[in-house]
Ligand binder design. Structure first.
Ligand code: FUC
Length: 816
């Protein structure tokens, strides 16, 4: 390994850091001769066994769910999602498919922005399994969602029989599987119904229930439910014997009755004819053939095999990252998730395991609702039980869809970022048309605030929307360093967003460039030079300049953009020391609005940093303090990230605790009172809005590792509440992943895994390391301070490796 030297001067201070650096570099080299430290043991890896084992990554309750939004538990395979209630009398499995949208797929000329037919993300249907096991007579009930395996399980005893129900949504097989068993033969008896949310035709044929329908906009859809019984009998029924259910779901007469079976397996497939291609009017083949193929192919495999394939696929993503921020007392660990949340809110006790679970739950949700090949996560991910969900369950461009994808790169789920990137790519041309309808002859494109699956944009224009989208395409490159992707996919989008601004920016007589007619979401006046707009455009230009440099071409355009960036109106500090939200110094110190858009430059942007622009960072802190902590769920999540970027780990932690405020109400509240999480850990705006889950997971990452300044900064915002912990698989820009542990608030071990082979710079407190890397190699950082001289002329030091101390010996004397 070739070391890189940075400290060339010979001032005493630099001499020390140079010595420190040389020591680190040589230690790193030496340590490589030991068995490589690839991925520290992590809680999830150590204990993948029973879901009720203490400390397990598991949500659980001791009773079935009543309320969809707050209590039911989600599973998903990317395009399909399902919410399980865990009922014993009747089990309800509400399900979705991510492309089922009402509204049109065309922007209509002549209609104003408010007149466009955005439609809404639709609910698909329900499976009801009538079992007739009166919950009052059920004992030893447990419903759990094991997020290390992505498996939902219900177990209980009824009438001397132990029942178990296992459900999972398989990405490799494209189906949802629900498997009912009992510890006695012939104990499974019940009735299965398939309900549809749009009055589709429901038919029963042999062991298959199907719903086939068409929305008014021409989208066709189909769901198929296969029921496979082991022994006993299965028969089609056409009656109204089970017409009633606790949720008043309208069910068809056709159903499947199973009687005295040893086990029953349900396989659900669903799809639409949505095609992510505007040149085909977004319409593809009828889903019948694809759904049939998936369901039939799954039915040919054993449940054990389906489950094994599912777990292997899921864990290949989930287990790349693990987090341990401390131990929770065993008596608390044994409590239900709701009881733990309630204890947490009362602030009676620490529950670091619950915090780690919450972080991982965001990863679980992203894997479950955002897989390559389908649409991105919307306001509710993929989970929705209404045809009129809040804010249409849309792709909201002024914070929400972006927040959904904040954890994708740092939390080691880069593949799950792809649906958003592909979505952005898919709407380029229709958005360009739409943009010209609004802004006349401009190049490039942007979007309004509310957006559907096929690029119809609605409500207020959000001029920097496409620039914010483009940031995601850039970040995917910054973390992954895939040059071909940058050239082919990301750069064209960055360039188009720049072209829009090149044409749209207003040049003032003094040369300053301002964004015209902007709006700081979602309050204040519409005017020019709004900080939110200016900062996002600055970020876009910076990313584009770096992208062009990386690709080594488009020099003329790059230099032009660099010239524009110099002239942009920059963030300003106002009369009470705040970062101004508008060009004029008129911020109200009492303004506690949920949107904190003028701090974009702090996070997710990088124009304001504590190291490079300390005055602006301080102004951002003043603004953030004035905005207050309490707000909607997603706003609290954003504030975790802001405080982390300000290196105030304790305030970031305060925000995390405030997000883990347990909420039960489902009505919409905009003010400060409602934000938090529901008992099922879904983020509460309220109502349920998934961005807060994702923003929180990103917040954990940002507290532990930051990499937006070109260096990997370890433990930049570690709160006092996490004196001891470890994380593995946390990704950093430049193509690196970090494993590290800490004790008493100090780093005790760190390994940098290089995926890209680029040179690496790391800092932690007053230590720094700089070294070249090779792709696929791991680099333990030397943390030892003292070397002892040995009689044989060598010197020795010790480093901690997990639970043991390893001695390193080197030739020569070291004067540390
Ligand atoms: C914006 C926000 C709301 C909500 C909605 C989806 O309108 O101001 O709080 O997040 O988007």
């Amino acid at each position: 390994m070739k070391s890189i030297m940075t400290n060339k001067s010979t001032t005493p201070e630099n001499a020390i850091s140079r010595r420190r650096f040389l020591l680190s570099a040589s230690l790193a080299t030496t340590a490589l001769s030991f068995e490589p430290l690839t991925g520290m043991a992590a809680p999830a890896r150590e204990n993948p066994g029973r879901a009720d084992a203490p400390g397990k990554l598991c949500l659980w309750s001791d009773r079935p769910a009543k309320v969809w939004m707050t209590e039911a538990l989600p599973i998903g395979n990317g395009p399909m999602g399902a919410m399980l209630f865990g009922g014993t009398e009747v089990e309800r499995v509400q399900f979705n498919e991510i492309s089922l949208w009402s509204g049109t797929c065309m922007t209509v000329e002549g209609l104003d922005d408010e007149g466009q037919d955005l439609g809404a993300y639709q609910a698909f249907g329900d499976i009801l399994i009538h079992l007739g096991h009166d919950f009052a007579k059920v004992t030893d009930y447990r419903q759990e969602l094991d997020i290390d395996r992505a498996v939902h399980q219900v177990t209980y005893e009824y009438s001397g029989v132990r029942y178990q129900r296992t459900a999972f949504a398989s990405h490799p097989d494209g189906v949802v599987v629900i498997h009912l068993t009992a510890n006695k033969p012939a104990a499974c008896t019940g009735r299965v119904q398939l309900a549809d949310m749009h009055q589709a035709r429901i038919s029963a044929d042999g062991n298959r229930l199907s719903s086939v329908g068409k929305l008014e906009n021409g989208f066709e859809y189909e769901a198929q439910l296969l029921v496979l019984n082991k022994n006993g009998a299965l028969a089609v029924k056409n009656d109204d014997a089970f017409a009633k259910n606790p949720w008043n779901i309208v069910v068809p007469a056709a159903s499947l009755a199973f009687e005295q079976c040893d086990s029953v397996t349900l396989i659900l497939g669903a799809g639409t004819n949505f095609l992510q291609d505007h040149t085909k009017q977004w319409l593809g083949a009828h889903p019948h053939a694809a759904v049939t193929r998936r369901v039939d192919s799954a039915a040919r495999q054993s449940v054990a095999k389906l489950l094994a394939r599912h777990e292997k696929d899921y864990q290949s993503l989930f287990r790349r990252f693990s987090l341990d921020v401390g131990a929770t007392a065993p008596d608390l660990l044994a409590k239900t998730t709701l009881a733990r949340l309630e204890a947490y809110v009362k602030n009676t006790t620490a529950d670091p395991n619950l915090e780690a679970l919450f972080c991982q739950f965001g990863r679980y949700l992203l894997i479950s609702c955002s897989r390559p090949g389908s649409l991105p996560a919307n306001l509710q991910g993929v989970w929705n039980d209404s045809n009129e969900p809040a804010w249409a369950g849309d792709y909201h461009s002024n914070i929400n869809i972006e927040m959904n994808y904040w954890p994708a790169e740092p939390a080691n789920l880069a593949e799950c970022h792809r649906p958003f990137i592909d979505y952005v790519t898919s709407i380029r041309e229709v958005s360009a048309k739409n943009t010209r309808r609004k802004y006349g002859k401009v190049r490039g494109w942007t979007v309004q605030t509310m957006n559907n699956a096929c690029g119809v944009s609605y409500w207020k224009w959000n001029p920097p929307g496409s620039a914010w989208y483009a940031q995601h395409l850039w970040e995917h490159f910054a973390f992954g360093r895939d040059q071909a992707y940058l050239r082919k996919t990301a750069y064209p989008v960055l360039k188009e967003a720049c072209q829009f601004w090149d044409d749209h920016l207003k040049r003032r007589p003094d040369g300053t460039l301002v964004t015209p007619d902007g709006w700081s979401p979602e309050h204040g006046p519409a005017e020019e030079g709004v900080t939110y707009d200016q900062e996002i455009v600055y970020d876009l230009f910076t990313n584009t300049i770096e992208a062009a440099d990386m690709l080594g071409d488009d020099k003329e355009f790059r230099d032009h953009i660099a010239g524009l960036r110099d002239k942009l109106l920059k963030p300003k500090i106002g009369r009470w020391g705040q970062l101004q939200e508008w060009e004029a110094d008129k911020d109200d110190p009492k303004d506690d609005h949920r949107h904190v858009s003028h701090l974009f430059a702090l996070y997710p942007g990088r124009q304001i940093t504590r190291a490079a622009t300390p005055e602006l960072a301080e102004a951002a802190r003043v603004s953030l303090k004035a905005r207050g902590d309490k707000s909607t769920g997603w706003s609290r999540a954003w504030k975790i990230n802001f405080w982390a970027r300000l290196w105030d780990g304790d305030h970031a932690y305060t925000m995390l605790r405030s997000l883990l405020n347990v909420v039960h109400g489902t009505e919409t509240i905009y003010g400060e009172s409602g934000g938090g999480v529901y008992p099922n850990l879904f983020d509460s705006h309220p109502p349920f809005q998934i961005d807060g889950n994702f923003g929180a997971t990103a917040g954990f990452c940002e507290m532990l590792v930051q990499s937006h300044t070109g260096r990997i900064h370890l433990l930049p915002a570690l709160p006092k509440a996490w004196p001891t912990g470890r994380v593995a698989g946390l990704c950093a820009r430049g193509g690196f992943a970090v494993d590290m542990s800490w004790n008493d608030g100090r780093l005790t071990q760190a390994v940098i895994h290089s995926k890209s082979g680029l040179p690496c710079q790391v800092v932690c407190g007053d230590k720094s390391w700089e070294f070249n890397t090779k792709a696929g190699k791991s680099y333990p950082l030397a943390l030892a301070k003292k070397w002892a001289s040995l009689a044989n002329g060598q010197c020795m030091t010790q480093i901690r490796r997990q639970n043991c101390v390893v001695a390193l010996t080197m030739a020569g004397k070291r004067d540390f």
